[in-house]
Every structure is written in C-alpha cells, then in structure tokens.
Design a protein around this ligand. Structure first.
Ligand code: SF4
Length: 365
C-alpha cells in the first residue's frame, strides 16, 4: 500500500502541521452481537436483576444495538444523543450508570457525576474524532492562537474538553458559535472538519478548523445520494452535519440525531433517505412505524470506513458485555479529578446555554 493511501482522515493543510494521522489499521472491523431470541431473553432477565440490585441504569446512544436500546427503555434507563445522555445521567438517582456508547460519553457522564460509578461495556469503544484530536498536539495548536475562543465538539477526550472554553454538540454548535460571533470572538474549532465547515457556513464566524472526521459520516457520497434521490423524488433527505458538504447540500433537514428522529416523526412525507449511522433506524422506526427509511449510500469497496454506515466502536457495545461489567464491576470510567473539574466547566457552559432551549436544533435546509 502506498503511504498516502494509509493516511485516511487527517489532512491538516489549513493547520500547517500534521500532528496525527489516523491509519486504516486503527479502525476496527464492525462486529455486531449475534444472539438467539432465547439467549436474549435469558441475558436481559439477568441484567434486569443486576440493575435493580445495584441501583443502576443503562444510558445508551441511538447508534447502539437495538436490543440494548430496548433494554434501556424497559428498565428506566435512557436512549438519546450525547448531550441528553449526559443530562439524564446527571438527573438520575441511580448510583451506577452503565453508559453504552463510546469512551467520551462515559467520561462526560463521570465528569458530571464524580460521585457515581460509571461503567462501560467496552473500554476500547472509541471514536475517530476523539482519536484524531490528541491533547498534546491540540493544546500546542491552541497555544499558537491565544486570541481565539476554543470550541470543541462533544466527541473529544476529557483532557481536550479541559483545554477548551466551550463544548458543543451537533444540535447546539450553530447557536453557540453564532452567540460567540456576536460577542466579536474568533474561534478555534475541533475536531470535526465537516461540522466545522457547516457551522462556519451557517454563522459566518472566523474559525480555524481542526481536520478530524467521523469514519461513518465521511463515507456518505454526494453523487450516489443524488442518484438515489432521483429514484425516490418523494423522499425527504435527512443528513447529520458530520457528513461532507456535497451530502449536506442535498439535505432537506440537517440536524443532530434527535432532530433527525423528530423529523421522521413530524414530517408528513412517507419516505426518508437517512445519512447517519444506521443504528438510528431503531428509534426512527419506533417513532414512526409507517414510514419508509432508506440508507444514504456509502462508497462501498473504496470506503475508508469498514463499517458501511455503522460505527465500529458503537458496535462494541453488547448485552453480553453489559452483563459482564455488572457482574464484575470491570470497565469503570475514571477521570483525573483536576481534568474533570476543568472539563466540567466547559460542559456546564453548554448545559446552561441550552437550558430552556429545544434540546436538538434542526435546521431545515
Ligand atoms: S459514529 Fe462517528 S462520531 Fe459517532 S462515535 Fe462513531 S466514529 Fe465517532
């Protein structure tokens, strides 16, 4: 393989230096849990008992396995996007949070709830955005631009959040950056380059954009999407803003996961083309069982992502692993207290900013 074919995600031309390159071998294969119906019933029965005994709840992301999402709902837990997961964990009376998602979600839960035990099914469940924004390189970059306000996406490590001024989610990024622009601030944005470009285009803010990407959303392709839309002209196109600009440009709705689910529920159309991780189809179908959902096309064999619209790290969450961590207490998330305190200020700023606002702010394109 040629060297330039190995370097997949981080092309830091605009940033003058390349502190980190995500390599193909760092992206795991997507392995989803295969489980018989009898086994599922037996395991969920045992997990329910363990949750009760330990005053624990499951907090799951929309991209995780449907069985996990159903179990979270059935047992007083919660299924949502990353900001709402954090909110729920904060407000819940449970002593233990079993966070089914990726590493930064477990860290955020721990930062907001230092007194609670936070377990994760698999500590290897990471995120290409988090991996692609290592603290040392990012901190050095921020130091070079001390006049800029540092805004980071939720999909970052606790240390990166601690270095930042603001944390945002896909549903709040445009509002927060617009708010900062109105105050005359110039911005460093990290790590997702596509979301950063979308926010810059929406707000006109002066932004230096880190060149990270999500391996799932980066694979949605503009030409193939246009072709699919020609075959289904009646379909509403829903796009998550971590997708490349040619895909976002074709969207009827650009929004966070929660906003896209709301769109399926509320739009009168019967058919939707969905450009985000296909784990979301479970909640979309639940919200609107009569609607037809089509996957937006990825590039197939030439794709850098091995997962075809399903996050390989989200797929590491499984019923078997949830049972295992509840039985053993393994995989507890711990955050350095000093980093946690600083990161909490960054996260809390967003929670205060979004209080009383709609949780997910869709933008109809
Ligand atoms: S879907 Fe993308 S952004 Fe979400 S956890 Fe996976 S790699 Fe990260």
């Amino acid at each position: 393989m040629m060297e330039n074919e190995e370097l997949l995600l981080l092309d830091l031309k605009g940033l003058e230096k390349s502190p980190y390159m995500l390599r193909r071998e760092e992206i795991p294969d997507t392995v989803c849990e295969v489980i018989s119906e009898d086994e599922r019933i037996a395991i969920t029965g045992r997990i329910k008992k363990l949750l009760k005994e330990q005053n624990a709840v499951i907090v799951a992301h929309y991209y995780t396995d449907a069985n996990l999402q159903s179990l979270a709902d059935e047992t007083g837990g919660y299924v949502s996007d990353s900001l709402d997961m954090a909110r729920f964990g904060h407000e819940s009376d449970a002593e233990t949070l079993v966070v089914c998602g990726v590493r930064f979600m477990g860290e955020t839960a721990k930062i907001l709830n230092p007194e609670k035990r936070v377990l994760m099914p698999d500590l290897e469940a990471n995120c290409s955005l988090d991996i692609g924004c290592p603290i040392d390189a990012f901190s050095a970059f921020c130091d070079e631009h001390p006049d800029r306000t540092v805004v980071v996406y939720a999909n970052t490590s606790a240390a990166v959040k601690a270095r930042a001024d603001w944390m945002v989610t896909s549903g709040s990024a445009v509002d927060v950056v617009r708010h900062l622009k109105e105050q005359g601030k110039k911005i460093i944005w990290a790590p997702d380059k596509y979301l950063g470009e979308y926010v810059r285009e929406q707000t006109g803010a002066d932004m230096l954009i880190w060149q990270g990407a999500c391996v799932v959303h980066e694979e949605f392709k503009g030409l193939e999407l246009a072709e699919l839309h020609r075959k289904h002209p009646d379909a509403v196109v829903l796009v998550h803003p971590e997708s490349p600009a040619p895909v976002v440009a074709q969207a009827d709705v650009v929004g966070s996961t929660t906003a896209l689910i709301n769109a399926v529920r509320t739009y009168p159309a019967r058919k939707f083309i969905v450009a985000t991780d296909k784990g979301i189809f479970h909640k979309m179908q639940e919200a609107a069982p009569d609607k037809i959902l089509l996957e937006a096309p990825t590039s197939g064999r030439s794709a850098t992502c091995k997962s075809c619209a399903h996050c390989p790290w989200m797929a590491m969450n499984s019923l078997r692993k949830v049972e295992q961590v509840l039985m053993t207490g393994e995989n507890e998330i711990l955050v350095d207290p000093d980093i946690g305190r600083k990161a909490r200020v960054t996260i809390q700023r967003l929670m205060d900013f979004t209080k009383g606002r709609p949780v997910a702010l869709a933008s109809d394109a």
